[in-house]
Ligand binder design. Structure first.
Ligand code: FAD
Ligand code: N01
Length: 548
């Protein structure tokens, strides 16, 4: 935030322009300051926080344990912040990010309420021209896209929405003032992680709740609880080891990796393992039990069956229970984590509406119409998700060398080297971009890793007077091939998930994240840097080719 009353320069020549002020943009700015670089963050929201600024719907909280879903770069910050629950609520995480912005004096270099609309690379000047929605153009030697994987909202495009006489909200554009559901008939569209968190909270207030479900999802019990101060202190005492374990794990969480196949143990042993996971709760309740959860159909089926049995045991209405049972390979769409979601359907005022069988046809002035009839509603909640991973990047008109557009380059799916850089787009970095583990991991661990890599890279360039870095086309091809090959050996690409862009009509169907795990990926990135940025062209000189 610029000082009160002062207007940021409209033409500043920056060392680095950062887009986005969530976990990624805030830490990036801190690191850039440490390098003595002139940096500015552009954020379209009216405050910092990213995901945790926008998603204020009832029930919003993280599903990675709070003590792991936070920065580790400052031991003072770790020591002075008190997480109060196993899984922090949205307001608590937002308070934490405000504290980070204030504590490290970041706000003076953050320009809020400013959307970056285009980025054009001026090759002769070796500068990015950063254009904002206000028409200002700022130049920067480097650009970092910290725009978020889940920040481009999927807009509700139901015919008739404008005619609706009630209130409607998208969960990712939730108003700062709370929405009053008391005495109201509420329709919730969607049954992903968001709806699964929101429905039980909405049901506590509303008179009637109609959940419009197209595809059921697996959800693990959160087993959320207060975090006693002595437990937090004990965690902090062992924090460096805990964080290192998270960094070197597959999913960015400090959980020991499984050792056995689900198919090499007896049915009783399998059940014992799944029950233990279910009791413990959390996103990895079942997926961390066996090695072949994500790779073997039969192994995966054993966990699916266990989860479906749990749903049938919780939901008393037989037909609702069956309708809530998912059929896809468990884990291939992001597993949800809930507090009382399935139990909510035992309340008489909560109704499941199957819109796979009878799709939503339109919004009427009074409610929602499906092929089976009209549902009168006072409030509609759209929990319909995001144009994930590439959406926020491609909302910006990005043009690299020779005026080539990123949208054109990615028309068949995203291509990058390490998920960090794109051939043809020099001095442009992406935090947790497609081709990196990002969305399959604890994202704060992945964000810290990328930000550190980018900062170290810039320090390397500055120290040697190198003014340009660009991924080579060969390294990019090899990385894309590698990302696809390892994904192809898993069950992931088979699901119609946002990981493959299936939720956005017309989006190329490509599995976008890197499935090799955070630890393996980190080693790969470190090796590339250690070899003088192998696979990148520095200052016009080709570095040695990289082999996979
Ligand atoms: P964001 O927090 O999305 O921030 C990006 C910012 O960039 C946004 O503020 C956006 O407004 C801004 N921006 C985008 N485009 C532009 C532009 N053109 N101009 C200016 N500004 C722009 N991950 C986990 O690992 N664990 C969890 O428990 C977890 N819970 C989640 C719960 C919810 C409800 C959601 C939606 C996501 C959750 N995630 C979780 C994923 C979450 O997005 C990341 O953990 C993390 O917050 C991402 O931080 P970020 O800084 O990369 O992106
Ligand atoms: O979005 P989603 P989300 N008609 O895309 C349905 C993170 N997150 O906001 O599956 C009817 O998962 C759609 O149906 P279908 C987490 O990474 C984490 O819930 O396409 N229905 C689906 O049910 C998560 O994965 C937490 O058939 C329509 C739902 O809307 C990611 O954010 C909490 C429809 C969208 O589900 C996104 O989650 C919240 C239509 N036209 C979010 N269009 C934590 O707990 C869409 N749907 C940490």
């Amino acid at each position: 935030m610029t000082p009160q009353g002062a207007r940021p320069s409209r033409t500043a020549d920056l060392d680095v322009a950062v887009v986005g002020a969530g976990f990624a943009g805030l830490y990036m700015l801190h690191r850039l300051r440490g390098l003595g670089l002139r940096a500015r963050v552009f954020e379209r929201g009216t405050d910092v926080g990213g995901t945790w600024f926008w998603n204020r719907y009832p029930g919003a909280r993280c599903d990675i344990e709070s003590v792991d879903y936070c920065y580790s770069f400052s031991s003072d910050l770790l020591a002075e912040w008190t997480w109060t629950e196993r899984y922090a609520t949205q307001p608590e995480i937002l308070r934490y990010l405000h504290h980070v912005a204030d504590r490290f004096g970041l706000r003076r270099d953050i320009q809020l309420g400013t959307r970056v609309t285009s980025l054009r690379y001026d090759e002769p000047g070796a500068r990015w021209l950063v254009e904002t929605g206000a028409g200002d153009v700022v130049t920067a030697r480097h650009c970092v896209l910290a725009v978020g994987n889940l920040s481009s909202v999927k807009r509700p495009d139901f015919p008739g929405l404008d005619s609706f006489l009630g209130e409607w909200h998208h969960t990712a554009r939730w108003p700062a003032s709370s929405v009053d559901f008391r005495g109201k008939r509420v329709g919730v569209i969607g049954t992903g992680s968001t709806a699964i968190q929101a429905v039980p909270q909405i049901a506590k207030q509303a008179d009637q709740v109609y959940v419009f479900q197209r595809t059921p999802n697996y959800s693990m019990p959160a087993r959320n609880r207060p975090l006693p101060p002595e437990e937090l202190r004990a965690v902090l005492r062992g924090y460096p080891g805990r964080r290192r374990a998270a960094q070197m794990s597959d999913a960015g969480v400090p959980v020991p990796p499984p050792e056995r196949s689900a198919l090499e143990v007896s049915a009783e042993e399998r059940r014992r393992m799944y029950e233990a996971g279910w009791r413990r709760g959390g996103i990895n309740a079942l997926s961390y039990a066996f090695t072949d959860f994500f790779t073997d159909e039969l192994a995966n089926f054993t966990a699916q069956e266990f989860a479906r049995e749990k749903i049938r045991a919780i939901v008393r209405d037989r037909s609702a229970a069956e309708a809530l049972c998912p059929a896809h390979h468990i884990g291939t769409k992001r597993t949800c984590v809930d507090t009382g979601y399935f139990e909510t359907y035992n309340a008489g005022h909560v109704h499941l509406v199957d819109v796979r069988r009878s799709p939503v046809t339109r919004v009427t002035p009074r409610g929602l119409e499906t092929a089976a009839g009209e549902y009168p509603l006072d409030v509609i909640v759209f929990a319909i998700g995001f144009d994930a991973i590439t959406g926020a990047i491609l909302e910006i008109d990005i043009r690299g060398r020779g005026g080539a557009t990123l949208a054109g380059k990615w028309s068949g799916g995203p291509r990058s080297h390490l998920g960090l850089c794109v051939a043809g787009f020099p001095n442009l970095f992406i935090v947790t971009g497609p081709g990196s583990p990002g969305v399959l991991s604890n994202m704060v661990v992945s964000i810290e890793q990328h930000v550190d890599w980018i900062a170290d890279c810039l320090s390397h360039l500055e120290g040697r007077g190198i003014d340009r870095i660009e991924a080579s086309a060969g390294a990019e091809d090899a990385w894309v091939r590698h990302v696809n090959e390892i994904a192809g050996a898993t069950l992931y690409p088979r699901a119609s998930s946002w990981y493959v862009g299936a939720n956005i009509p017309g989006k190329p169907r490509v599995f976008m994240p890197y499935v090799g795990g955070c630890g393996t990926y980190r080693r790969e990135c470190e090796e590339v840097a250690g070899r003088g940025y192998a696979g990148f062209i520095l200052g016009g000189t080709a570095a040695p080719p990289i082999a996979f």
